[in-house]
Ligand binder design. Structure first.
Ligand code: F6R
Length: 615
């Protein structure tokens, strides 16, 4: 999604802005721009990549002590230069704005401002903010107050950074529903939507809270909270030291972030489970100090999530039922928030999100609480995210920053966390003997090595990728707990290779999709040696008999022999509860290598964004 960087310093800030935008590229964008104050506001915008913006900046000798910059992922108005940020109000006071999020009442405000003589030059909701602030500057000469008065009229979720030509010595920033932080540096101060954008300048970060409006100048800042009062009260916010390493957000020896993140999975899972390995026993405290009390009242689980995180939830449902004996519902967050589900105070609501900023997941959790669900738990990869702040309990997947748009290591660390949650609940419900607990810890301790082993199939997967890359469609089949893994495999393939892929529970095949099977339709099957293997083999026969081309990921002990039109890659022997985590790896590798063959932009697939902060 969109990204913001702003800087005000005693030195030229253009290099900091451009590097910040480069570091935000992973979020997904279709245009970029910046404004710097240099004897007036100088604006540069492009529909190309940030490198194009850098070239423009060099050609036009962009230079200044203060500036705001943006990468845009189009919501209102096509991707084009005129819709790219920053947007300017030029009628009276020259005001520049960059914005993440959506202004829901932009049409109303636009109509009002047009009546006041403001002229619009884009199709965006953002432009209304620039004009609204300029309009408020008729009432007050102070940009900070004008921003406070303006945001009181905005509906929706947003993060903004604002500059005024007449006062180049300040940047004003405001947050409501979309992440924004300020960075305190030696030479100046900064604002950004993501701390990785500021690593080149500072590690001292203040995370703004809902309703915060901050004023930055080169040697200071102040923050006022306007949530309950238009003109706000001054507030103190804690300064955090960012421990994000440059290595974590740089490619190193890899060709793509997705490749790096696939291969980081053994260490990502080891980091996520480190506390369990150290403790040698499973304790509810891993999920927060209130966890024991809340878990002891839990009779149902409700999981809310989107996309890949939703697939992790679907796997957890099987575990919850089988291991913990707990009923478990899993809901797509964007659907749940508009239904009339019946609340149950004994239900623990679990929100799963890599980013912790997904608008639908946040809204679904708030809705669940409003309906009467009392307790919530976040499984999330970003400690400072809105999701973490919104829930009673939390467990951090310590996967490190995930830059590739297609989620990989976040998924497997979510699965590891959900398995841990399952066995914790099972233990509290006396469904887990101490012998089983020790066996479980031993299995989890072995998981990083087992993942490393699963990565060894890469060279075999590569040999499949060439043929696959020529196809237009693919079917993915799984049964039981591996059905959501088939869904995840299909999602990975479609989002990065643009091959249309669908997943089916293998037993559903003859109820419709079998009609699609011919030699042009590759069918990928996950065939672990579990209690459903016999059933799955019959489903595979149904495909084989109709001339389908089968690509099977089996366990070493699944006893499936390759033959004509039946390709088999074997993983290690069946891994019991851990099997879905391990079977994820070859599917990620397949999507990655097929995308490479097709020459797509693996890390930044078209039309997609990393954190979906709009509805
Ligand atoms: C797919 C993918 C998305 C996300 C989804 C939810 O590879 O990354 O489907 O899983 O947008 O995002 P989070 O987990 O950040 O809430």
């Amino acid at each position: 999604m969109c990204g913001i960087v702003g800087a005000i310093a005693n030195v030229n800030i253009v290099p900091v802005l451009l590097e910040g935008l480069l570091r935000l590229e992973y979020r997904g964008y279709d245009s970029a721009g910046l404004v710097v104050t240099n004897h007036g506001l100088q604006r540069l915008r492009t529909t190309g990549r940030v490198t194009e913006l850098s070239k423009l900046a060099a050609q036009q000798e962009a230079w200044g002590f203060a500036g705001i910059a943006h990468t845009r992922w189009a919501t209102h108005g096509e991707p084009s230069e005129r819709n790219a940020h920053p947007h300017l109000s030029e009628v009276e006071s020259r005001v520049a704005v960059v914005h993440n999020g959506i202004i829901e009442n932009h049409e109303e405000i636009r109509a009002h401002l047009k009546n006041q003589g403001f002229k619009f030059s884009s199709d965006t909701d953002t432009e209304v903010i620039a004009h609204l602030i300029a309009f408020k500057l008729r009432q007050t000469a102070d940009l900070f107050k004008a921003v406070c008065l303006s945001i009181a009229e905005l509906q929706g979720a947003y993060a903004i950074a604002v500059m005024e030509e007449a006062h180049p010595e300040r940047i004003v920033a405001a947050r409501n529903g979309a992440p924004l932080l300020i960075g305190l540096g030696k030479d100046g101060n900064y604002v950004a939507s993501d701390s990785s954008a500021l690593l080149q300048a500072t590690r001292d970060i203040i995370y703004l809270e809902e309703g915060d409006v901050a004023e930055l100048n080169s040697d200071g800042y102040r923050i006022v909270n306007c949530l309950h009062n238009q003109l706000g009260e001054v507030v103190e916010r804690i300064v955090h030291e960012s421990h994000l390493s440059n290595e974590a957000i740089e490619l190193g020896p890899y060709a793509h972030f997705m490749q790096k993140e696939i291969f980081e999975q053994p260490s990502a899972v080891a980091n996520t489970l480190e506390m369990v390995f150290n403790a040698r026993s499973i304790s509810p405290n891993l999920f927060g100090s209130e966890a024991e009390k809340i878990f002891s009242k839990t009779k149902h689980i409700l999981i809310l999530a989107c996309g890949t995180s939703y697939h992790a939830g679907l796997v957890a449902r099987y575990w919850m039922e089988t291991v913990a004996g707990l009923p478990c519902n899993v809901e797509i967050a964007s659907e749940y928030r508009y239904r009339d589900p019946i609340a149950d105070p004994d239900t623990l609501v679990v929100g799963i999100s890599q980013s912790g900023e997904t608008a639908d997941t946040l809204a679904a959790l708030s809705y669940a609480r409003k309906l009467g669900h009392q307790y919530s738990l976040a499984i999330c990869n970003v400690p400072e995210s809105a999701l973490i702040r919104q829930t009673d309990l939390r467990f951090l997947t310590r996967a490190g920053p995930e830059i590739g748009v297609a989620s990989t290591k976040a998924f497997t660390t979510q699965l590891a966390s959900l398995l841990l949650l399952t066995v914790t609940l099972a233990k509290m419900r006396h469904q887990l003997s101490s012998e089983s607990e020790h066996q479980m810890i031993a299995a989890l301790r072995h998981l990083p090595a087992a993942l490393q082993n699963a990565l060894q199939v890469e060279s075999q997967v590569k040999t499949w990728a060439k043929g696959f890359a020529k196809k237009h469609h693919a079917l993915f089949l799984g049964r039981g707990v591996h059905y959501p893994i088939a869904m995840e495999g299909a999602l990975k393939l479609k989002e990065i290779s643009y091959i249309h892929a669908e997943a089916y529970a293998a037993g559903e095949l003859k109820h419709g999709p079998l009609a699609l099977v011919d030699s042009e339709m590759p069918v990928v099957a996950i065939a672990p040696n579990d209690q459903l293997l016999g059933k799955l083999k019959s489903n595979l026969q149904e495909v084989h008999a109709r001339g389908g081309e089968l690509y099977v990921f089996a366990d070493a002990d699944s006893q499936i022999t390759p033959s004509e039109h039946l390709h088999v890659i074997r993983l290690a022997e069946h891994a019991g509860l851990l099997s879905p985590i391990l079977h994820t790896i070859p599917l990620q590798l397949l999507a990655y290598h097929v995308a490479l063959e097709r020459g797509t932009d693996v890390d930044k697939p078209r039309n997609l964004a990393k954190a979906v902060t709009v509805e």
